[in-house]
Ligand binder design. Sequence first.
Ligand code: AMP
Ligand code: MG
Length: 430
Amino acid sequence: MTSSTPGQRAPLMALDQALAELLRRVKPLVASEPVAAVDADRRILAEDLVSALHVPPQDNTSMDGYAVRSADVTAPGVVLPVSQRIAAGHAGQPLEPGTCARIFTGAPMPAGADAVVMQEDTREVGGNIHGVHIDAVPQPGQWIRRAGEDIACGAVILHRGTRLSPASIGLAASIGRARLTVVARPRVALFSTGDELVMPGEVDPGDMAPGAIYNSNRFFLRLLLQRLGCEVSDLGIVPDRRDLTLAALRTAADHHDLILTSGGVSVGEEDHIKPAVQQLGSLDLWQIAMKPGKPFAFGSVGRDAGAGAAAGECCHFIGLPGNPVSSFVTFLLLVRPFLLRLQGVPEADCLSAMRPLRLRADFDLPRADRRREFLRVRRNGDGGLDLFPNQSSGVLTSATWADGLVDNPAGTTIARGDLVDFISLSELLA
Ligand code: AMP
Ligand code: MG
């Protein structure tokens, strides 16, 4: 890889700085609600989960076989009578010395037994005595799962701020929790701007006016928001009129935690979002040193005291670029961490999906860009990465083809065989 000096244009803001600034300015939500554990996937835990028991609750066998006192089996070939049978879910009696207990996976160990001989190392002895011939000498403790070896009584198994997953909800169930207290869903108002936009389903392809395009951002933004636990108010396309834009922002601010828009944040563009947000609150227009996705607007819109808001209360505002790939990538790299932090996820965990893997580029990128680039790539069968041929920020096909992004530093070319930083899209979309 080679590096070159970026050109002498206006300074851009580094992505890491933009992220730090966003996370610093989030006001995490305080409201929480109880939900059934089965409905809590991807929600954020609002309590520390403390175990009131050991898991497993008692010593039990991890094999089908025979529970023994190891002192009774000091050489192979010992025959022990079977004095009891213990199935999972049933408690046995203390083990009589000189005998063994038939035992099945998950069953509690009988008092006195200190090892399990797996069924495969035994033979049943026929005839009058019901006994087993033990072929292998057991080590004390063999095939026993100890009480509390997964979770000790009193331990915190999951901390508040954890984003719940099927595995963590299973873990919560293992300490008896069928209901969990999670952070309230962020309420997000979503709207698109741009006079060229029409809604799919409302106009047939054959009837499109010259210059019109379908509003694709609305669909993926809404779904991405929902995956992050948000309750979305879809305000559709807000017409390009100052009065209607102001009215939409005012109403949305009263009842939402975030207003998210796409389009109309490029420098110098004639649009109504920027002045309207400025009029009702504050707005910073950032030029982020990333490609795709340079323009990004962040601010807040004041809430109306008449609607019950306390003085100075406001709703967050984020304006994404209109180009679909820019919108998609800036959502994943900036809005996603913001929404996780809004729900109380610790800062480091908000960014963990962006930790890269080092993988081999099976492509060349001969032209360096002055911005940090997020290239749409896909893993191939040889453990390397292929590059989608058209990296234009308007080509949404690249985002469906790709399974990841190469995080390529500013001013850096890539030669076939170089190791590059790969960020998995499935982690960012989880
Ligand atoms: P803008 O950020 O408004 O300057 O838009 C940049 C480009 O993205 C233009 O080509 C727009 O037509 C396109 N665009 C803006 N919003 C959307 C949208 N919601 N869906 C699809 N394309 C869009
Ligand atoms: Mg526009």
